[in-house]
Design a protein around this ligand. Structure first.
Ligand SMILES: Cc1cc2nc3c(=O)[nH]c(=O)nc-3n(C[C@H](O)[C@H](O)[C@H](O)COP(=O)(O)OP(=O)(O)OC[C@H]3O[C@@H](n4cnc5c(N)ncnc54)[C@H](O)[C@@H]3O)c2cc1C
Length: 502
């Protein structure tokens, strides 16, 4: 197998991967492998912003307090403190690379989101992720020490003597290659595609979880899956997030009969916490056996809608929905995975020289629920820490016993079969491992996932297909989610099992 050598290897080109790449490049050569185009990432889709205590009336202590409350007692306090104390510097660093954030006079304009006791959301209109990805990608592209392999799909990590020394990837046009490095960062993002409805783009297939699991890295907290209550429901279009701010501006939720059903669930109505609203929507859909509920903005002044929500308005208009005239069909959708590959404060996993950062990692900062806008921050802060630590890692004293020549290509199945397996998985996860769970449903889901894995293994071999391997990665990741949910014997944060409700 052809081999490429670098000092540092990064898998993923979202905020975590590009942050690490830029920092590590100060100490050596870096390879960024990414399975689509550079900007194909959850990062590019982030709307709200990045949390950081940079306002005058704010402090890292308040940010810490809010994060711990959201995490419902399951955060790692040291990780939270590390996150919030490093936040202002991380924002300055992003700005030094050219990221443009909205200003109020000469100061940063700070937004407020649910769970934050102060205005602390640094943002770029309602497309912060796009701006951050733009700035980072441009900095990475102009750095001569960084090589980018787009359409380079990492299929296996190379590990010998419990040390990671690279990865095998299938690079479009080049075929299978080994990428050797003295430190490897997993920055592969989320796994939302295991659900039928998700805000995540198609790249979010849990590859990092599966890569790490196959070499024995620890994985935790996968049952803490965050759902966003209001995303567009449209059979032909991918889920698109209809921000909480629309409800904040007066948008109301109605069921298929037109009833404003939040009256039946919570006195805070549409502005109850996200998990409460999501549960209410799900209950209403089950009660009336419908695919969605509706967000009604027809009573709001059209100028307010167009001025405050230009991106959402424009997007809906392209599919024939006019917010001032039509109810918007919405459905809760998977949004963020709080768990992942377990790391310490330096982003180290339990496999030497293998680091993880961003959504694929479980650093301990989110506990049982993520505070809004802490995830981009986590990607930034922990990727910087991982880069600082891995640059101090020397080359292995003895060359590790390289076995990549004998790494067999991973099994692929015919794409038609992979499509069928993936859809079956998505149905099981959506029906049984969503917002409201119960033990019988979880057992059904576990049986489905294990049967699908067995079926994948027994189907006839097919030529390389990224879609097929991603489907296998989704199956592996989903098993962690289901087993985690079965093992969690208390309702906490994002995990709600109706059999445990008191
Ligand atoms: C619609 C939406 C809105 C959001 N809004 C916010 C917000 O306002 N604030 C906030 O803090 N967070 C927000 N989030 C969450 C946040 O965007 C993500 O948690 C964060 O961007 C994750 O960054 P990352 O670098 O870990 O992963 P990503 O940005 O997802 O990048 C992962 C990268 O890995 C690559 N990859 C995956 N598998 C492989 C493989 N096998 N081989 C090679 N490459 C691979 C992908 O192609 C991609 O480039 C939002 C998310 C979504 C979807």
């Amino acid at each position: 197998m052809q081999e490429e050598k670098f000092d540092f290897l990064v898998i993923g080109s979202g905020l975590a991967g590009l942050t690490y790449a830029l920092q590590a490049a100060e100490h050596g050569s870096v390879c960024v492998l990414t399975k689509g185009e550079v900007a194909d990432s959850n990062t590019s889709w982030a709307q709200g912003g990045i949390a950081a205590a940079v306002g005058e009336a704010d402090s890292w202590k308040l940010h810490e307090e809010d994060t711990l409350i959201a995490g419902a007692g399951l955060c790692d306090p040291a990780a939270v403190r590390f996150l919030v104390q490093n936040a202002p510097d991380a924002i300055r660093w992003l700005m030094s690379l050219g990221a443009r954030f909205d200003l109020s006079g000469e100061d940063l304009a700070l937004g407020r989101e649910g769970g934050h006791s102060r205005n602390r959301i640094v943002h770029h209109a309602d497309k912060t992720g796009w701006e951050v990805e733009r700035a980072m990608a441009s900095a990475v592209r102009s750095n001569r020490r960084i090589s980018i392999y787009q359409h380079g799909f990492a299929t296996d990590l190379l590990v010998a003597d419990e040390e990671c020394f690279g990865a095998v990837a299938n690079v479009s046009g080049l075929g299978q290659r080994a990428f050797i490095a003295r430190a490897v960062l997993l920055a592969t993002g989320g796994c939302g595609r295991m659900y039928r409805h998700t805000t995540n783009p198609p790249v979010a297939t849990g590859d990092g979880i599966a890569l790490a699991a196959r070499v024995g890295a620890s994985i935790a907290n996968m049952e803490f899956m965050q759902f966003h209550p209001t995303t567009l429901y449209h059979p032909q279009h991918r889920s698109f997030l209809i921000s909480e701010a629309v409800r904040g501006a007066g948008g109301t939720l109605r069921n298929h009969n037109g009833r404003r059903f939040m009256y039946d669930y919570d006195k805070r109505l549409e502005l109850a916490p996200r998990d409460v609203v999501s549960r209410a929507i799900e209950a209403e859909m089950k009660k009336l056996a419908t695919w969605c509920v509706y967000l009604d903005t027809t009573h709001l002044p059209p100028e307010t809608i167009m001025h405050e929500f230009p991106t959402i308005y424009g997007r809906l208009e392209t599919i024939g929905i006019e917010m001032e005239k039509d109810w918007i069909p919405v459905v809760p959708a998977q949004h963020y995975s709080c768990g992942g590959v377990v790391t310490d404060l330096e982003g180290r996993t339990n496999i030497k020289r293998l680091y993880a950062a961003g959504e694929v990692a479980s650093t301990g900062v989110h506990g049982a629920n993520r505070l809004a806008s802490n995830s981009l921050l986590e990607a930034l802060v922990f990727a910087r820490a991982a880069a600082a630590d891995s640059t101090s890692v020397g080359s292995p004293e003895s060359e590790p016993k390289r076995q990549f020549d004998s790494v067999p290509p991973r099994k692929c199945v015919a794409e038609a079969e992979a499509v069928r397996l993936r859809h079956t998985l998505q149905r099981a996860m959506t029906d049984h491992v969503g917002i409201v769970r119960n033990f019988a449903g979880l057992d059904t889901a576990l049986k489905t996932v294990t049967d699908l894995k067995a079926e994948y293994a027994s189907l006839p071999d097919a030529p390389f297909s990224q879609y097929s391997e991603e489907t296998e990665d989704l199956l592996i990741s989903a098993e962690y989610v289901v087993r985690g949910a079965i093992g969690r014997k208390q309702n906490v944060g994002l995990h709600y099992n109706e059999d445990l409700a008191t």
